[in-house]
Design a protein around this ligand. Structure first.
Ligand code: FE
Length: 349
């Protein structure tokens, strides 16, 4: 396995790059915008293909690298279901799995408290704890809907229930520590030595910390990470859910191409009559000789890409158009918008 812990000295953020092998797919956790050039260089040097970029929560101390990595590598952006970010490609909750090839999978754990939308990600012998559990500390709970009671529950009810030898990889460290274990934190983390939830709340309510220097810049920027889709709209390449409903009513339904992963389809349902062509295969599928290229050529109907929220479909559409598939569009806002417009959803089985 490829496992790299990268450090941003300005915000003391740890970023993690994971992959199964040289030449394979990779994912990155909590990338920092200012370090994106470095990540891309390393990804290239290790001959990796970045396919997913995850933020554990909306950061207040640095601008996230999610948007820039998506724009430069066409990777999928991932955050928790509760996140207030305008658009990400994929939202996950407990029970979902964030997977890349080579058998690498992260299990999301909803661990609110530092923010109301904080997640940790468990991967076998290690857990990425974001700012929920730090080495000999815990993340502050005094802004962004932070809640010491929720954090106590996340710590004592979830993270500390993991096996003692589980490695703890936090999103920050200000003292130079890089890794700990659940057992070590239970024993030596002073914040965890409380006799009640009220005592924990008392400690967390009296930290009297200054706001992060970057907060006024970072939070608004991190809430607007979504792919700018206006350019695609302006070209007339977007179809709204209402447009699609009208076409279907008229009997003019296009060929619907679902770009989501198998697990998303199973859990969230599909648009009736759609075909499945996972986003990761788009480059192959749209080039001449590829499945979608040939489908588009032989069919009389246009192709409409869709995904969860419209981000993957916007990127796939750009690739399709560049590969010469002219009668192609995307469903703005994805399945979410379709559902909100009253569109029918089918189960896959
Ligand atoms: Fe944070």
């Amino acid at each position: 396995m490829i496992f790299r812990q990268l450090f941003d000295p300005v915000s003391c953020t740890y970023t993690y790059l994971l992959g199964s092998r040289r030449g394979g797919e990779a994912l990155i956790i909590d990338p920092v915008l200012d370090r994106v050039d470095r990540y891309i260089q390393l990804i290239r040097e290790l001959e990796l293909e970045l396919v997913k970029a995850i933020d554990t929560h909306v950061h207040a101390d640095h601008v996230s690298g999610l948007g820039a990595l998506r724009d430069r590598t066409h990777c999928v952006t991932v955050m928790g279901a509760e996140s207030g970010v305008d658009v990400v490609s994929m939202r996950v909750a407990e029970g979902d799995r964030v997977e890349i090839e080579g058998g690498i999978g992260l299990d999301p754990l909803y661990t609110p408290g530092h923010t109301s939308e904080s997640y940790s990600f468990l991967m076998g012998d290690r857990v990425f704890t974001g700012d929920t559990l730090l080495i000999r500390g815990t993340g502050r709970t005094d802004f962004q809907n932070g809640d010491p009671r929720a954090q106590y529950a996340s710590l004592f009810g979830k993270l500390l229930k993991l096996p003692d030898d589980t490695l703890v990889y936090p999103a920050h460290d200000y003292k130079g520590d890089t890794v700990s274990t659940i057992g070590e934190e239970k024993r030596w983390n002073p914040r965890l030595h409380v006799s009640s939830i009220d005592e924990y709340v008392e400690i967390m309510s009296n930290l009297k910390l200054d706001n992060p220097k970057m907060m006024d810049v970072a939070v608004p920027a991190n809430l607007k990470l979504g792919l700018a889709q206006d350019a695609i709209d302006a070209k007339g390449w977007s179809l709204t859910a209402e447009d699609l409903l009208r076409l279907e009513e008229r009997g003019d339904a296009p060929i619907l191409v679902d770009l989501r992963e198998k697990g998303e389809r199973e859990r969230r349902g599909i648009l009736p009559g759609s075909v499945h062509a996972p986003y990761g295969d788009t480059a192959e599928n749209v080039r001449p000789g590829g499945l979608l290229h040939e489908l588009a050529r032989s069919a009389r109907r246009p192709i409409v890409f869709y995904c969860a929220f419209g981000e993957r479909s916007a990127m796939a559409l750009e690739m399709a158009r560049a590969a010469g598939i002219e009668r192609s569009m995307h469903l703005k806002g994805g399945v979410e918008a379709w559902r909100a417009a009253g569109g029918r959803i089918e189960t896959t089985s």
